[in-house]
Design a binder for this molecule. Structure first.
Ligand code: 13P
Ligand code: SF4
Length: 306
């Protein structure tokens, strides 16, 4: 049996030999980070997906991220590292439901979070990520916005873009939803000198208590660049481990021990190895009409988010 290091060396050798690019979401484990061509948040991954010139892309993350790569690069072979890795938030709404909501709000432009299916994106005007949402909605040529599916992220955006009328619907991330204001009070009492950084998928009452709210990359940059020595982290707990590894002179505490995304934890290093060998993961295929329509929505994000 190969050691982790030997497996990583094999993956790195094979990806060069087979013209493979490995894109890794920040919630993946350290052993997978170390074989990546790029690690980042959903927005960074989309930008890299549009730029990459490798013939095969392996996405270590969840399904909507792999679909985004395929939408932007139809001629590439796009592999989702673990076929079971979905995002429960992306399954909360479908295109039919959003079309029905649109009919009730005909004077609204529809903006969806990137954590949605390709089919849902076909009925939306623009798509956003947590790190780009404020900028994109501010820059959109529309006063009335219907935002789906994450009402927590939507409220966080609405507070920062008061000049727009943003209509929200009930939906969101079940992992971040579990974090409570009581947990914030407990963590602050235990670590009075620590700064609190949270993901805007948390409930608005939790986000309002934070020193910083932003995407996974945003949270990591905030902690890396801050002079403070202690931080409470309100997002998937893998980020606590990555930060502790990168910044050994600082201390990082999880806001909630339950903030673990089972889907983001599904991919393992041996599965990444199977993918570079061409024998693992799922090759993403999309209906061409769906891909073209969904691409308009993602292109708007990449243009307005620059
Ligand atoms: P980011 O935009 O921070 O990558 O968020 C993606 C995600 O799924 C967070 O739960
Ligand atoms: Fe989806 Fe939440 Fe997991 Fe992110 S953390 S992939 S939004 S379930």
């Amino acid at each position: 049996m190969l050691t982790t290091r030997e497996l990583q060396d094999e993956i790195i050798r094979l990806k060069k030999e087979n013209d493979v690019c490995i894109l890794v979401h920040a919630y993946q484990s350290q052993d997978i980070w170390e074989v990546a061509d790029y690690v980042g948040d959903s927005y960074g991954l989309s930008v890299k997906a549009a730029e990459s010139d490798a013939s095969t892309v392996i996405m270590c993350g969840v399904r909507f991220m792999a679909e985004t790569v395929k939408i932007l690069s139809p001629d590439k072979k796009v592999i989702l590292s673990n076929p079971q890795a979905g995002c429960p938030m992306a399954d909360q709404m479908d295109a039919e439901l959003v079309s029905a909501l649109k009919e009730k709000a005909p004077d609204h432009k529809v903006v969806c979070y990137i954590n949605t299916s390709s089919e849902l994106k076909t009925v939306c005007d623009a798509c956003v990520t947590s790190s780009s949402a404020v900028k994109i909605i501010r820059n959109m040529d529309a006063e009335n916005i219907l935002f789906v599916p994450d009402c927590n992220l939507g409220e966080w955006v609405a507070n920062q873009v008061p000049e727009k009328n943003i209509k929200l619907v009930q939906g969101g991330c079940p992992v971040h939803f579990r974090i409570t204001t009581d947990q914030v009070k407990e963590a602050r009492a235990l670590h009075p000198d620590a700064l609190l950084a949270v993901h805007p998928e948390c409930k608005p009452a939790v986000t309002a208590m934070a020193d910083y709210a932003g995407s996974t990359t945003g949270i990591m940059d905030y902690c890396r660049n801050s002079d403070a020595k202690e931080f409470i982290i309100g997002t998937e707990n893998s980020i606590v481990q990555h930060l502790q590894f990168e910044c050994p002179d600082k201390k990082f505490y999880p806001l909630s021990k339950e903030c673990v995304c089972p889907n983001m934890r599904l991919t393992t290093l041996p599965q990444v190895y199977q993918c570079v060998m061409g024998t693992g993961g799922e090759v993403i295929e999309l209906d061409e009409d769906v891909r073209i329509k969904a691409k308009e929505c993602i292109d708007t994000m990449l243009t307005l988010g620059k």
